[in-house]
Write a protein that binds this ligand. Structure first.
Ligand code: SAM
Length: 226
């Protein structure tokens, strides 16, 4: 059974999607999508041999070889230009997702939807969208196995979206909704940040710039939690 996290990611794909799942690991997500939609086509990209062979196994198990292709390679390098219309990148840090998008820009010409599920550092994804002609169409926050996950859906658009530093950090849509999980996440982030700042202030050599940045971020969090 597919995790609620990947199920939610999948829910953002349109019917008949032609998409890439980058860092697909077992290819659970494309197998789920293509099992439920006979018109969907997918490319499962993996940079590591082990996960790639797991992907190939899952695809065979579900007999989806005709509609899902597993390819070995780094990020979007597995794609031909114009081959897919949607890209999924889930279960990695936001900085890695950002660099995969940045390094593969030339493969995104026909891509109008990016569904990213960063595990940490979500603001990297939002700022990349903002700088590269994507607007945030939706965001989701969910908890699974004791971890809180965010999903950030980017839609290509001619309208420019300018997000404040706070919106980049919290997510413009999540910030508006402020549901219970959002508070739970940012309470925990606040506690972590207080500890980090305390430790940095105890260090012999202090990085005052960084401490200042963290203190600013802490003040944004406290404002949101108020
Ligand atoms: N996407 C799945 C999910 O969300 O459950 C799997 C996430 S798994 C934690 C991350 C996967 O990304 C690993 O299988 C890893 O090999 C792959 N990966 C990491 N960097 C990558 C890159 N630059 N290009 C393609 N795959 C990558």
């Amino acid at each position: 059974k597919l995790s609620n996290r990947l199920r939610k990611v999948a829910s953002y794909l349109p019917k008949g999607a032609h998409f890439a799942d980058i860092g697909s690991d077992h290819a659970y997500l494309p197998c789920y999508v293509c099992s439920n939609d006979s018109t969907a086509r997918a490319i499962a990209g993996e940079v590591n041999e082990g996960p790639l062979s797991s992907a190939i196994d899952t695809i065979k198990t579900y007999q989806l070889q005709d509609v899902i292709e597993a390819r070995l390679g780094n990020g979007l390098a597995v794609l031909q230009q114009g081959e897919v219309n949607q890209v999924v990148i889930a279960g990695m840090g936001g900085a890695l997702i950002r660099s995969i998008l940045e390094n593969g820009k030339d493969k995104l010409e026909k891509v109008n939807l990016i569904i990213a599920q960063p595990n940490v550092d979500e603001k990297n994804v939002r700022s990349w969208y903002m700088e590269n002609g994507f607007i945030i169409e939706d965001e989701a926050i969910l908890e699974e196995n004791g971890h809180i996950y965010e999903i950030i859906v980017g839609q290509r658009s001619n309208n420019k979206e300018t997000l404040s530093d706070q919106q980049l950090l919290f997510g413009p849509i999540l910030l508006n909704r402020r549901d219970a999980l959002f508070f739970k996440k940012w309470k925990s982030e606040r506690d972590k940040l207080i500890n980090v700042i305390r430790q940095m202030k105890q260090a012999k050599v202090q990085d005052t710039m960084k401490i200042g940045k963290f203190e600013e971020q802490l003040s944004w969090i406290e404002e949101v939690l108020r």
